[in-house]
Design a protein around this ligand. Sequence first.
Ligand SMILES: [Zn+2]
Ligand SMILES: [Zn+2]
Ligand SMILES: [Zn+2]
Length: 253
Amino acid sequence: MRLTFLGTGTSGGVPMIACTCPVCLSTDSKDKRLRSSVMIETEGKTLIVDTGPDFRQQMLRENVMRVDGIIFTHPHKDHTGGLDDIRGYNYVLRRDIPLYLDAFTEQEIRDQYSYIFSPNPYPGIPRVHLNRIDGDTPFVAEGIPVIPIKAMHHQMPVLGFRFGDVTYITDANYIAPEEIEKIRGSRILVLNALRREQHISHFTLQQAIDLIQDIKPERAYLTHISHQLGKYDEVSNELPEGIFLAYDGLKVE
Ligand SMILES: [Zn+2]
Ligand SMILES: [Zn+2]
Ligand SMILES: [Zn+2]
């Protein structure tokens, strides 16, 4: 299995539009963060988790020739804003693209993309096949077994996903003890860590580290990072052993 970080930035990306802070002005490529998404490649299949506004750029950068399915964590626009660009895969693969999403995310995506679900669709719109999932039931996405993990993002429920011994959780600031049990035994854990200061809907750096040290994966990668966290090099140097800042394009086998 290969995990590719397509994007590792928070909703505004890094650099932020019109920001002149040292992180946004950094020339280190690891301080350039597109909106958060990952690609899972296993058993000849390619699954994408979330299609943020940078989806097109991410697919071009990674030269992704086929997408077998897309799984959504939650319907915030930084995770759904690139859905229109799956048209490229509709043309090439000549098939509808399977989406895996819970009832709440499905409703929000129907609102965000009403034209996709129009009874009289305009020619050339994205073509999708909806697959309903829920946070309590393991499912199979295009042949790949997935265990959903329920978390909270302030008041909004979000889903994390466990693929074998790899678990990806973004946009969380609370995970109930029984859901944490589903993560245990993962060798690789990806968790969101926005910045150092408290935030209403995201784990801080310290909260993420504390949770990782409770779960004890072999390696953990932090994602959904704000420009407020600091530069890649500087923050990386202070992280405990086995915990890393993710960066765009990072691949974990
Ligand atoms: Zn987000
Ligand atoms: Zn900045
Ligand atoms: Zn969010």
